[in-house]
Design a protein around this ligand. Sequence first.
Ligand SMILES: *Cc1c(COP(=O)(O)O)cnc(C)c1O
Length: 968
Amino acid sequence: MTRTSLTQLEARDGFIPRHIGPSDAEQAAMLSVLGYQSRAALIDAVVPANIRRKDKLDLGQFFDPLPEQAALAKLKSIASQNKVMKSMIGQGYYGTYTPPVILRNIFENPAWYTAYTPYQPEISQGRLEAILNFQQVITDLTGMGIANASMLDEGTAAAEAMTLIQRVGKSASKVFYVADDVLPQTLEVVQTRALPIGVEVRTIAAADIENLQETCFGVLLQYPGVNGDVRDYRNACEKLHAMGAMVVVAADLLALTVLSPPGEWGADVVVGNSQRFGVPLGFGGPHAGYLATRDDYKRSMAGRLAGVTVDAQGNKAFRLALQTREQHIRREKATSNICTAQVLLAVMASMYAIYHGPKGLEQIARRVHRYTGILAASLQSLGYQLVNDTYFDTLTVITDQAEEIHRIAYENGVNLRRIDARHVGLSLDETTGRDEIALLAKIFGDAAGKQANVDFDSLDSDAQDAFPAALSRTSAYLTHPTFHRYHAEHEMLRYLRSLADKDLALDRTMIPLGSCTMKLNSTSEMIPVTWPEFSNIHPFAPEDQTVGYREMIGQLEAMLCAVTGYAGVSLQPNAGSQGEYAGLLIIKKYHESRGEGHRNICLIPSSAHGTNPASASMVGMQVVVTACDENGNVDLADLKKKAEQHSANLACVMVTYPSTHGVFEEGIKELCEIVHAHGGQVYVDGANMNALVGVAGPGLFGGDVSHLNLHKTFCIPHGGGGPGVGPVAVGAHLVPFLPNQASTGYQRAGENTEQGIGAVSAAPYGSASILPISWMYIAMMGAEGLTAATETAILNANYIARRLAPHYPVLYTGHDGLVAHECIIDLRPLQDKTGISNEDVAKRLMDFGFHAPTMSFPVPGTLMIEPTESESKVELDRFIEAMITIHAEIVKVERGEYDRMDNPLKGAPHTAEVVTADDWKHSYSREVAAFPVPSLRKRKYWPPVGRADNVYGDRNLFCGCAPIEDYE
Ligand SMILES: *Cc1c(COP(=O)(O)O)cnc(C)c1O
């Protein structure tokens, strides 16, 4: 035996074989099924030669993969350049304590963070219940009739509210007023959104709203205002309504526990952010925004909505209601393009409310308010004057020494809000204690050259509620038992566990969702997210405190440029849909900059994801649909014809590559050339980048703009429906138009802010605190690992396609009968013969403990399977076995051995209650129902509910916690 060398022994555990599921031996076995000698040979056959990368992916200093510990150490040293100070900047972002039971059991728990959006309700009851709780928190606190399941942030929620009232309101006006004390970052997002749809945004002094005479379709108010004022808008609302205008109020949830909710004084829509309910600052996100409105407008609301229905046995079941995937149905007529939202953060915020309960929340709010009163008195005793005589937690101090105050504050480790040379702002929060009040008094005292009074007893006895008495909250909230039962940690721990146990996430099974790329979210990637150096940074903290963040972000931007072949990237958009929106705005601005602002036609193939047409219409483009041929490819003849027809006005084409049909179309380069020849730009939807990384780059084969989904290709977990990051990447000619943020002076290094499209998110870097996940992934994979991941994803998909083909036809294939990184299997022939639908197969898979593949997208009646590179052959074979077993059941229906209506497929999923009930009336056995394959005896997931009734749920829409009677 040869002796192992020291160098061999010294080789550190690499991350690549941890991320890539199949071992070398498994890969060889799969390749032999496909008839290829090597993975390279397979890739040569799958990927058209004319789009292949000529050189190796150049990741610069990240070319070589870093072992897990080394990557963590490197990122830690970058993170440690951030300075964690006490941020009292406020302006929509506040200090908060994440209850440790929530931190560990939700935020750091793969059972929650690796789940998918709950489109399959039966395996999503836990997170659906949590979302319903969130909706209940929001409806209660805002005093509105209905609230949705989360928005991307406060800024975009306000923008969605603006378009909502435009849709449902009666006014024909195009004018929207924004009070001058609305958060500046919200105003910016609203302005960005208003411009392309012809809405004129005007600002108005908050104090003058009551006297507004000009016609408008609505106004946006902030409650309390950014300077701290708590204004009584009741008369204003009455007048505005009488004028035919509607009222949107951006409100602070903590303040609403003690202030009269906007729903009680005339708001039509209430929006905001739930960050301060236990979600770390994270340099601006991710946090769950919210949107609540009157019951009448529920069908016009943007975003997702969880609701209650019944299952096949008549038991209560939760599911997504109404517009679930409305972009796929309504496309360019959809109410908004929101797809991925902020579910994980909404779940955290809801659990914070549940853990504290109404009394606990009110105590936090009253404490914050009392401290604010004490501080106000102390500042006044120093001779300072305040701008606002009403407040909840925010004071704006008048001073001619603003710079000096900021300097002293800084020396004491405190960030205050920079307003201008004569005003300093500050906001208190849950984490404020006597020490902080004393420190603030000292800071302002030092600036004034005086000793402040910090005698809490005397100051306290003077402190009164500092908001109008008429705005004192009298109505109860969070009265449902859910908000009273889980205050003991054991109760909370077990509640969280019981919910997680109802759901299928990646910690239990592969989730083969086509187009969604449910790959490994490794623990090393997740760990840095909760490092204080990343999580305790305010988005508007001074630059010298965010050096580490900006270095990490700069490196990630460079990595993504290298991967895509583009020249610049912005990480601001906080979902793929937002990246699309930003990318299309960039194209629009580019045309305008060349005097071709009339170009407004957007060509979109019929196979496109629904967010594409929805985004196009949001930027005011006109969608022209182009056909696909019988092989699933973009019909180039039709595209050419339409490009010619619209040549003078052609703005762009939006194509997904490889296509949503799961094939590498040979004609992609030609497509780009055709569109360019007619003066259009090429938008390549990058959701399928998992088939391209290291192998080809959209910026190299003809694309001008792409969005990426870091929550697909780059390992950010889906969180049960968000968070996500949807960077927009562009060619050199479009770099000047990338998003910026004027209110914070944020712009990409060296860019001219004038040309940028403005802000598309509230925070300059969007959901910054989850960017370390993608950084870690790329750093640990290196060029070689990323390329291997792509190749293995393609291998895994082809292996599944080949093994399933004898049972289920694969709808579209490319060269040599091969698919890209996903495959569509066609259930329609079987359905025609047997009545068994793709939905029946999806539900039956639950009995096997699997999450269904993507249903009916992009082709109705099909299933789209994407295994990703992270699934081992063992797991793929388990899935294949389930699918083949299901096929055999369908054959039994076909042969008449099973009844067409009473069979294991139509009966699926089977709950434990159904299977163990004394009366069993089915023509198939209980054993077949519950244990269709032997391995399930060792490892069985029991769906908690039977098949959810969608029609019932929409007819009897109910979107909150169960009525109190149900708990008795
Ligand atoms: C997922 C997806 C999108 C939308 O991305 P979100 O992050 O969910 O907004 C757009 N296009 C395609 C092809 C997708 O698969």
